[in-house]
Design a protein around this ligand. Structure first.
Ligand SMILES: [Mg+2]
Length: 386
């Protein structure tokens, strides 16, 4: 069987609006805001081959696609099955731009392989499970009377998620709140549901000082949180600081969401600077994240995947050493943070779980999902080809 040869790369960009969402103090965090509308931009990457098989990846911020002109010539005319060669050459080519742009191409190439062999990616990678348990991952706290505006509101929402079947719940706290409010939130949610579900806290690097991170960490300790993630303003990348934090608290730490590529992730673990390791298929591709999963397995620790998506589900289903799928962002009133129109047969929303709090692994070939091209074309603003 001849290899499929890459003939063309296309980037389709579309815009869409979301109601009842806004941004908080600095214009970065998306939060619940009734009556407001925000406009977003989305992308779908297509890698075409001479055999009529096309790899597709939907998602990724615009920056991820900004480097395609650097390496597109290396892909055209090459076998779409040379994922490892492409990973290593493009990783080197992008070394001066933080390796941004490696992932979308890699995921599209895996989609091609799955379609060629007529199997979902997780079966090509090993096939460990057919569904994954989810945690409800909240929007950042807001200031709306009917929103996530108080510790009581977070505790109510955690209880709602528990009743729906979620086995775990993760708080994204407020932007620029007093640290006492973050501490009170950990206690309120912990007291309400802490003995019935696994709880996580992700300040998303909002806390201002290392001291704040320690104070909130002590609250997590009291409530036996399952993990504490990216607490403060180092931006999640200081190995020294997180090793110090681990010496001061007992809650397991989850770092490396904001670290790109394999080697620095493992350096973080070897420096005793994290307990769980975070991996992101949107940064390092399926190839990079699966290498990371095996490296973590060799260390006897778990890899936790950032964010929801078809590629995350396919990867999680292929490995043993991982705990929870991040369903989000979720809120009692706000719409989903991902555009639900993008796929015809796939959803990441509050009620997308089954009674046990699991989501299934798409069983179609490749990523196993069908993009709603009618919707993409109706909302499209540009197509760029290489
Ligand atoms: Mg995070």
């Amino acid at each position: 069987m001849a290899d499929p040869i890459i003939t063309k790369i296309e980037l389709h960009t579309y815009t869409f609006e979301r109601e009842n969402l806004g941004t908080d103090y600095n214009g970065f965090n998306i939060v619940y805001e009734p009556g407001n509308r925000i406009k977003h931009q989305g992308n779908v990457l297509r890698v075409e081959t001479d055999q009529g098989i096309t790899g597709e990846f939907a998602g990724g911020r615009d920056a991820e696609f900004s480097t395609i002109p650097i390496f597109a010539h290396f892909l055209i005319g090459r076998s779409a099955l040379q994922r490892e060669l492409i990973y290593t050459e493009v990783k080197r080519a992008l070394r001066q731009v933080a390796r941004i742009g490696l992932a979308p191409i890699d995921i599209a190439l895996w989609d091609i392989a799955g379609k060629l062999y007529d199997q979902p990616i997780y079966k090509l990678l090993g096939g460990y499970k057919e569904s994954v348990p989810c945690y409800a991952s909240t929007y950042h706290g807001d200031h709306q009377p009917d929103g996530l505006s108080s510790p009581e509101a977070f505790a109510d929402f955690a209880e709602q998620c528990l009743e729906m079947g979620y086995p775990a719940f993760k708080i994204h706290g407020w932007g620029r709140a007093p640290v006492s409010q973050e501490v009170a939130n950990v206690h309120a949610v912990g007291k309400r549901v802490g003995d019935k579900m696994d709880l996580m806290l992700d300040p998303a690097c909002e806390l201002i000082t290392f001291g704040d991170a320690v104070k909130v960490g002590w609250a997590c300790d009291e409530n036996r949180f399952f993990w504490y993630e990216d607490p403060y303003r180092d931006g999640g990348i200081s190995q020294f600081a997180h090793r110090k934090l681990r010496q001061l608290i007992t809650t397991p730490i989850l770092q490396t969401e904001h670290v790109r590529s394999l080697e620095p992730h493992i350096d973080f673990a070897l420096a005793d600077a994290t307990d769980y390791v975070r991996g992101d298929v949107g940064y390092d591709g399926i190839t990079g994240v699966i290498k990371l999963a095996y490296a973590c397995e060799a260390l006897g620790i778990d890899l936790e995947f950032h964010g929801p998506g078809p590629a995350q589900r396919q990867c999680m289903a292929a490995i043993r050493n991982t705990n929870y799928y991040e369903m989000g962002l979720l809120h009692p009133k706000a719409p989903p943070s991902h555009e639900p129109e993008l796929y015809l047969d796939y959803r990441d929303e509050l009620d997308a779980i089954d009674a046990e709090g699991h989501v299934p692994i798409p069983q179609g070939p490749g990523l196993g999902v069908e993009i709603n091209w009618d919707w993409v074309e109706r909302n499209r603003v540009s197509v760029v080809e290489w």
